[in-house]
Design a binder for this molecule. Structure first.
Ligand code: ATP
Ligand code: MG
Length: 752
């Protein structure tokens, strides 16, 4: 469609145009400045996304362009759907034909049209990550690279980073290659690309990279798009990577009508190649660019907005901005000190029930965690309470790949006839059991009408399977036999640790340099911790099957659970921010790897978290967490300390007030823990400055103060039976029969 076909009209720009109603002056200016490059640089909740949506409506209503002449890039498919719906409502008709979607979705659409330019067919497959890694692995083997030193995942991750930076294999010089894959990464990358083409497949990075190649190789194709897209709009620009930036710049060059909105304080994806530099450089990159700043926040109460602004001011590398609101002052942010993960989940569950009783919609409640492993305890609590919930932007904890794999191992131990479980892990991690071997095992199982496990056991005594594969299969069967024996005699938590270790499963993820690998390892640790909450392996597996198979409340209201990363752009009346402890948040691994820049990114995540809330924020931190079978003492996050005291109300769980380490101290690697036995159900609110409670505050039930003597045999909820060795003013040192020597509080043990 060509521009001259659109009748010019300005009728809809009257102040009464519904999509303009209620916008402030700067917002309105941003909506109406449609020609030329425009950057809307503004803090959270100032209406950037709303401006973008109104702008699309404005372009359509004023007939500056047809829907298919507008290209709008959002961060998620869901955001794209919402934007399309909102535009439809604003213009009072369907917004069909808009090119609106994520970078990946739109690039795929383009690439399918011009696939032949890069040697693909238009029906090319988009490989998932497992397949991508498998391919890299084959190449590493063929090239006889040392895969211990250069595991496929690490090499794959390096290739992904190149793609994020818009680098094709021919652009990998000595400097880029460094010592990756013994300096041969360029070659490997090239072979990988060749293999993808032969398979008629692309990976995620290719979607954009191939588009760039098409645009360069076929200037006429690029020119066609440049003619087509009169207006280009981008949300969350601060998290675009170089290849996305290059793609945008080429597409926008024709008309130069590009509008990017973003917030440097919310740049949280550098680990996936995002370049906050893109937003900082906008003026240089786009000639005649205008910058509009929005300063009025429409989302949050005054207290929430000030707390977030105050905290983010601790970052150095930022543009800095003023934010204000006309909203009510609101409640202070609540910072809750709790005992451990379980009591944190209980506290959040209780608050959610209270909110429900006051008619708060579950849709207005979100729990935002730093890392996915934190979800497990909340999911279990919500299921127990019967609160319907959804996990946004990822699978539920027990549906994660690594969790399902680990559980499959445990299932085969508990139940050798569980074919589905065995099938899942028979060659995960890879142990040289290829498709041919597995087929043989299947065939025999079917013919004999026996389970796979039994089939495998019989086959290893024959020559049906090639010697190498046979020996791997024998090792696997022997391992399972041994684990099954150990299951009778050792503790199930220890068993699980051993299984994950000896099977090579943990090793597989440890060797991986993929950005999500450390998160998966944390999830595995969390799984082992979860086992500790059950009497036996069988009890745990039964619990899992109930959790996994439960019916979803498909329709209706749902509480939301997600990572802080997935919460970008969203808003809720009530936001829970658990796990604000040094180690967890700021995430120690990130900070160790990335230093002060990484710490600033963690702080931006905290900023994103707080600014999701319209009305109320609950931050919580536990004083100890179980990691495997160990209890670690945790210090409150330094970010808590960065919140202005007058905007915060501290709430401490009974009995805890004396024992909270100072913020920012870092986790203490000690096992000095108190049992939960004596904890009462209530929480006691403590205003800052109030003397700490000590003793047995707030209804915490004291079981047996003062009656325990040295040499007594006692029982402790977490550590079991033990003998008291010393008593230092109520702090006992006990030699536990199973757990070894520990320090516990006298009030938490019972005479045995
Ligand atoms: P984020 O940085 O978190 O992505 P944002 O800048 O994109 O935030 P929006 O989500 O567009 O902000 O807007 C935040 C909230 O404020 C939304 O509920 C939006 O409808 C509302 N809002 C924005 N502008 C106005 C306005 N002029 N009048 C009333 N409400 C507004
Ligand atoms: Mg937004």
């Amino acid at each position: 469609m060509n521009q001259s076909a659109i009748p010019e009209t300005s009728a809809a720009t009257t102040p009464t145009a519904p999509y303009l109603r209620g916008l402030n002056d700067q917002q309105r200016e941003a909506v109406e400045t449609v020609d030329g490059p425009l950057l809307v640089l503004a803090g959270a909740g100032t209406g950037k996304t709303r401006v973008l949506t109104a702008r699309i409506a404005h372009i359509l209503v004023t007939r500056r362009a047809w829907p298919n002449q507008i290209l709008a890039v959002t961060f998620t498919n869901k955001a794209a759907r919402e934007m399309r719906d909102r535009v439809s409502r604003m213009i009072g008709g369907a917004a069909e034909g808009l090119w609106i979607g994520t970078f990946h979705a739109i690039a795929t659409r383009m690439l399918r049209r011009h696939a032949e330019v890069v040697g693909l067919k238009s029906n090319f497959t988009i490989l998932d990550q497992d397949d991508q890694i498998r391919l890299v692995k084959q190449i590493i083997e063929a090239e006889e690279l040392d895969d211990k030193r250069w595991p496929a995942r690490a090499v794959h991750a390096a290739i992904e980073r190149f793609k994020d930076r818009g680098l094709t294999p021919d652009r990998i010089g000595v400097a880029e290659a460094g010592d990756i894959a013994d300096g041969r990464i360029g070659e490997i990358y090239k072979l990988y690309q060749q293999r993808l083409i032969i398979l008629n497949a692309a990976d995620f990075g290719d979607l954009l990279l191939h588009c760039l190649t098409v645009f360069t190789a076929k200037p006429d194709v690029l020119a066609e798009y440049q003619r087509q897209f009169h207006y280009v709009l981008v949300d969350e620009y601060q998290d675009s990577n170089v290849s996305q930036y290059l793609w945008l710049r080429l597409l926008a060059q024709g008309r130069n009508n590009i509008c990017c909105v973003g917030d440097d304080d919310q740049s949280i994806y550098s680990w996936r190649g995002a370049e906050v530099g893109n937003i900082l450089r906008f003026e240089k990159d786009f000639d005649g660019a205008r910058i509009i700043r929005l300063e009025q926040n429409y989302r949050s109460t005054q207290q929430i907005l000030s707390a977030a602004s105050h905290m983010i001011a601790n970052n150095d590398g930022r543009l800095g901005k003023t934010l204000w609101t006309e909203a009510e002052e609101g409640d202070p942010l609540e910072v809750h000190a709790v005992w451990d993960g379980e009591s944190e989940a209980r506290f959040v569950g209780n608050e959610i029930e209270t909110l429900q009783r006051s008619d708060t919609s579950l849709n207005e409640i979100a729990i935002l965690v730093r890392a996915s492993f934190q979800m497990r305890e909340f999911e279990e609590r919500l299921i127990t309470l019967g609160v319907p919930y959804r996990v946004v932007g990822g699978p539920r904890f027990y549906e994660r790949q690594e969790i399902r794999d680990a559980i499959a191992y445990l299932r085969v131990i508990a139940q050798p006839d569980d074919d589905l479980a065995l099938e899942r892990i028979i060659n995960t991690p890879r142990r040289g059991l290829g498709a041919a071997t597995i087929q043989t095992v299947y065939r025999h199982a079917r013919a004999q009408e026996i389970p796979l496990y039994e089939s495998a056991r019989q086959l290893i005594e024959t020559d049906e399977i090639k010697p190498q594969a046979r020996s791997s299969l024998r090792k696997l069967i022997e391992m399972f036999d041994r684990w099954r024996f150990e299951a009778q005699v050792t503790d199930h938590v220890e068993l699980a640790e051993a299984v994950l270790d000896e099977s090579g499963y943990t090793g597989m993820w440890m060797a991986s340099k993929a950005p999500d690998a450390p998160g998966r390892l944390e999830n595995l640790k969390e799984l082992v911790s979860a086992l500790g909450e059950f009497e036996s392996l069988a009890g745990f597996l039964e619990h899992i099957s109930l959790v996994i198979d439960r019916d979803d409340a498909a329709a209706g209201e749902l509480a939301s659970l997600m990572t802080l990363h997935a919460a970008k752009g969203l808003e809720f009346d009530n936001v829970f921010l658990p796990g604000w402890e040094e180690e967890v948040f700021p995430n120690r691994r990130s900070v160790d790897d990335g230093g002060s820049a990484a710490l600033e990114e963690e702080r931006r995540l905290a900023y994103v978290g707080i600014t999701r809330a319209r009305r109320r924020v609950w931050i919580s931190h536990a004083s100890s967490r179980r990691v495997y079978n160990q209890w670690l003492a945790c210090a409150p996050s330094r970010f808590i300390d960065e919140l202005p005291e007058d905007l915060v109300e501290h709430v401490t769980e009974p009995g805890l007030s004396g024992g909270i380490p100072e913020p920012g101290m870092g986790a203490l690697e000690v096992t000095w823990v108190e049992s939960r036995t004596g904890r009462g159900p209530g929480y006691r609110r403590m205003k800052e400055g109030e003397p700490s409670a000590g003793g047995s505050p707030g209804g915490g039930e004291v079981i047996n103060a003062g009656v325990i003597a040295i040499g007594d045999r006692v029982f402790h909820q977490k550590f079991g039976y033990g003998t008291v060795r010393s008593n230092d003013g109520g702090k006992l040192e006990i030699e536990f029969e199973k757990a070894g020597r520990k320090k516990v509080m006298e009030s938490f043990v019972a005479p045995a």
